[in-house]
Design a protein around this ligand. Structure first.
Ligand SMILES: NC(=O)c1ccc[n+]([C@@H]2O[C@H](COP(=O)([O-])OP(=O)(O)OC[C@H]3O[C@@H](n4cnc5c(N)ncnc54)[C@H](O)[C@@H]3O)[C@@H](O)[C@H]2O)c1
Ligand SMILES: *[C@@H]1O[C@H](CO)[C@@H](O)[C@H](O)[C@H]1NC(C)=O
Length: 485
């Protein structure tokens, strides 16, 4: 897809010189005229004009910010490196918009955007997926594309965790015909452009600053992506899209905060967030209510419970533990303040994807206003997507040890009160009733799929080569990673 873009840039460079030569020639036209070379003069002017037009077509908007659609131009660090993700840097959310050498807008851009977003089956959806180079976004994009829906992805490729993994997901998507724009959800002009170019039926909004403990280091990134960014997406969908799409977005199980009355149901209280991350997701649910109420936007919030699987997030416990076990480095496990095991309702990615598609398929139409229309108010829904069977984190580690053929060096400490909660457990009866959501993957089976991918992606030789394995990884200090997110 960037072929056109690269082409245009290359042509532009080539075009400049002949154009200048021709203009010089045109200025010497008097001599030509006196020499009665009228024909040559006209041909020269025509050629100059043609070159100017060509130039304009390939540079539709020299002033607009630049970004690229898709993948192949950006495979700078294709070689995955185990351990390279150990220190999340502060995300530079706008960097990817600058200096990539392409522009948005223009005929070639719109053609690429439309091609990706156009369904390939009758009645197929056309979905804008934000956070498409992320873990859940990549899986959902592939599943939508596989059944013939149109998908356009958008991601800012920030460095919260290894951007090379996001680029690898982007290449995977490109190979299946899904383009991912390198852009930020806070770029309102871009969103407006997109909704003008494509009649999206749905938005699957998954872009967010995830992770619980990182908020202590970079609080403003949570506000920028999870609050301001959410508003930008709702604004564009409500005001600049015709027709208004239905929006399905990722909230989080973390909104249940310090609740202990398990399993958690959607009508349980959510006013005691234990982290800034949880607070921004809770704020998002309130913002969703307002946009549904005022603009008749169909909105569905999905409260994910600790999603894991292949192509997962390196900042999450199962992933970082796997890396540490392979590298022979210690892992830190938390014990609840009352001494109980920390437990998580680990939910396998394929189950979550089925839930996301079910929510998209059953989302009612946006109505343009809350009431007064024959169609009635637009839907406002919220669903838990969990596995309904919490497992102690120690058990998760035992499964990983078995799969990796190596013991973990464990350090157990009391959970600090910096964002994690001791326990999650979903009641999914609403999702089961409304779109047949039935989580079907045990932690053993799901982690086996994860480890298969993990070993392959990082080119590990797991069987009986512990020394070589440790040698392959760079030394990094042990990190207790968040089990929730
Ligand atoms: N994975 C889980 O266990 C879990 C649990 C609860 C909720 N969630 C939520 O689900 C969604 C997807 O999570 P994930 O695990 O795939 O995380 P992820 O970090 O892998 O995916 C999010 C993607 O969004 C992108 N992004 C972030 N801010 C952006 C911005 N301002 N503009 C454009 N792109 C931006 C990131 O680059 C990333 O690729 C998130 O909203 C997350 O909060 C995830
Ligand atoms: C799950 O939620 C449903 C609907 O809110 C409720 O009827 C049911 O009793 C809940 N189940 C449990 C085990 O709490």
């Amino acid at each position: 897809m960037p072929a056109g873009v690269v082409d245009a840039a290359a042509k532009g460079v080539r075009l400049e010189r002949p154009a200048a030569v021709l203009l010089r020639r045109a200025s010497g036209a008097k001599q030509l005229v006196t020499a009665s070379s009228h024909l040559l003069f006209r041909a020269t002017v025509l050629a100059t004009l043609a070159l100017v037009v060509l130039f304009a077509v390939h540079y539709p908007s020299l002033l607009s910010r630049s970004f690229t659609l898709s993948s192949s131009s950006s495979s700078s660090s294709a070689e995955p490196a185990l351990g390279s993700t150990s220190s999340p840097r502060r995300p530079s959310s706008h960097r990817s918009l600058l200096g990539s050498g392409a522009t948005y807008g223009g005929a070639a851009w719109e053609r690429d955007v439309r091609r990706s977003a156009t369904p390939r089956r009758d009645g197929g959806l056309s979905v804008l997926v934000t956070g498409a180079a992320g873990f859940v976004g990549a899986h959902c994009s592939l599943a939508l594309r596989a059944r013939g829906d149109g998908v356009l992805g958008l991601d800012n490729f920030n460095a919260y965790y290894d951007p090379a993994l996001k680029r690898a997901r982007q290449r995977l998507l490109a190979s299946r015909g899904v383009g991912v724009l390198d852009a930020d959800i806070n770029d309102a002009a871009l969103l407006e452009r997109l909704f003008a170019a494509v009649p999206f039926t749905h938005v699957l909004h998954l872009a967010a600053q995830a992770g619980v403990r990182y908020a202590m280091r970079a609080p403003q990134t949570y506000v920028a992506s999870n609050v301001a960014g959410l508003v930008a997406v709702f604004e564009a969908a409500a005001k600049h899209a015709d027709p208004q799409p239905a929006v399905v977005w990722a909230s989080s199980s973390s909104v249940y905060g310090l609740n202990t009355d398990a399993p958690f149901s959607e009508d349980h209280r959510t006013d005691r967030p234990a982290s800034l991350y949880a607070a921004t997701k809770k704020a998002g649910e309130a913002i969703a209510h307002a946009y549904n109420h005022i603009y008749g936007l169909s909105i569905t919030g999905l409260r994910f419970f600790t999603v894991y699987g292949p192509w997962g997030r390196p900042d999450m416990a199962y992933f970082s533990f796997a890396r540490s076990i392979v590298a022979g480095e210690p892992i830190t496990l938390f014990r609840a303040a009352d001494g109980a095991d920390v437990r998580r309702d680990f939910t396998y990615i394929d189950d979550v994807v089925r839930g996301c598609l079910g929510a998209l398929d059953t989302a009612g139409r946006s109505t343009g206003s809350r009431s007064g229309k024959k169609s009635g108010p637009a839907p406002l829904r919220v669903y838990n997507l969990g596995n309904t069977s919490p497992v102690p984190v120690t058990r998760m580690v035992a499964i990983l040890e078995k799969l990796l053929g190596k013991k973990a060096r464990k350090r157990v400490v009391t959970m600090p009160s910096n964002g994690d909660v001791p326990f999650t457990h979903a009641n999914v009866s609403h999702a089961a009733h409304d779109f047949g959501y039935r989580p079907a993957t045990s932690l053993e089976a799901g982690l086996r799929h994860f480890v298969d991918w993990f070993v392959q992606y990082y080119k590990l030789d797991v069987k009986g080569t512990t020394g070589a394995l440790a040698g392959k990884t760079t030394k990094r200090k042990s990190m207790a990673m968040s089990a929730a997110s």
